[in-house]
Design a protein around this ligand. Structure first.
Ligand SMILES: [Zn+2]
Ligand SMILES: [Zn+2]
Length: 269
């Protein structure tokens, strides 16, 4: 049986439409003998209404105090991350164009950073995902491929999230090839394997193409409640069915994932 011992994509109450705390997620992971758990709350326009006053760092401070987390909790290695929305056809990620005029303590003096720079700074890795995509309306396959390739190049992005769920048509061979070159990961997203059959077959096809390209995969539950944390049975089953080589499953154990992270983002940590 394919061994998978990491869940690198989960949400907590800081994602607002998710329901569990960090502690609840960690306990759920520990019960299922998960070795490594990534907490990756949304970093996107979903989180806060736009305001004429601009972005306010106070809305994002849960990304700024990771240092209080223990490295290992209930025997589970904890990773700090976020799931950042891809926001345009250039593959830019949320917050890239949002200068911060005030920090937590008031207006900032001197040169301003972007919200993205400040939020990404302490993240071990970023998952880049497409959620709502009115900007992709009418985009060509070439444009969507370039979008994913550009997102993959971002120095903090380790993983492209749920690429099989969006319905966007892109060249998975080109993206998987580039992921392999960069040592980055394509996610097999457990929650995309429930529900719509077309999403499941698309995810399976993507996994087949990744296998052909020899790129590494990461498994994520995308849990929005602790009961779904570290439950990766459908991903495991699908990868077994298509004979995905275990050596290319970055989430098979904590050590493999940490090594992949270190290789792909050597300067980011
Ligand atoms: Zn969500
Ligand atoms: Zn997610």
């Amino acid at each position: 049986m394919l061994h998978i011992a990491c869940d690198i994509h989960t949400h907590t109450i800081f994602s607002r439409h998710a329901y569990s705390t960090l502690e609840e997620n960690v306990r759920a992971a520990a019960e299922l003998r998960c070795e490594l758990l990534g907490i990756t709350d949304h970093f996107s326009a979903m989180m806060h209404p736009e305001s004429a006053a601009g972005v306010d760092l106070r809305d994002y401070q849960h990304f700024l105090n990771f240092e209080v987390w223990p490295e290992v909790c209930h025997g589970v290695r904890l990773m700090h991350g976020c799931e950042a929305d891809i926001v345009d056809l250039d593959g830019n990620l949320y917050g890239w164009d949002m200068p911060l005029e005030r920090g937590l303590g008031g207006p900032v003096a001197g040169p301003t950073e972007t919200l993205q720079q400040v939020v990404f700074r302490d993240c071990d890795y970023v998952i880049a995902s497409v959620h709502s995509h009115p900007w992709a309306e009418g985009a060509s396959r070439e444009q969507l491929t370039r979008m994913y390739l550009r997102a993959l190049e971002h120095p903090k992005v380790l993983i492209l999230g749920h690429v099989g769920r969006t319905g966007l048509d892109f060249d998975i061979d080109a993206v998987a090839k580039r992921a392999r070159e960069l040592g980055k990961l394509i996610e097999i997203n457990e929650s995309s394997l429930y529900g719509r059959q077309d999403s499941t077959s698309r995810c399976t096809e993507i996994a087949r193409r990744c296998k052909a390209a020899g790129c590494m995969l990461a498994t994520g539950s995308d849990a929005h409640i602790s009961y779904d944390v570290a439950r990766l049975d459908r991903s495991r089953q699908m990868l077994e069915e298509i004979g995905y080589p275990a050596r290319l499953v970055a989430t098979r154990d904590a050590e493999t994932f940490l090594r992949a992270l270190e290789r792909a983002l050597p300067t980011a940590r």
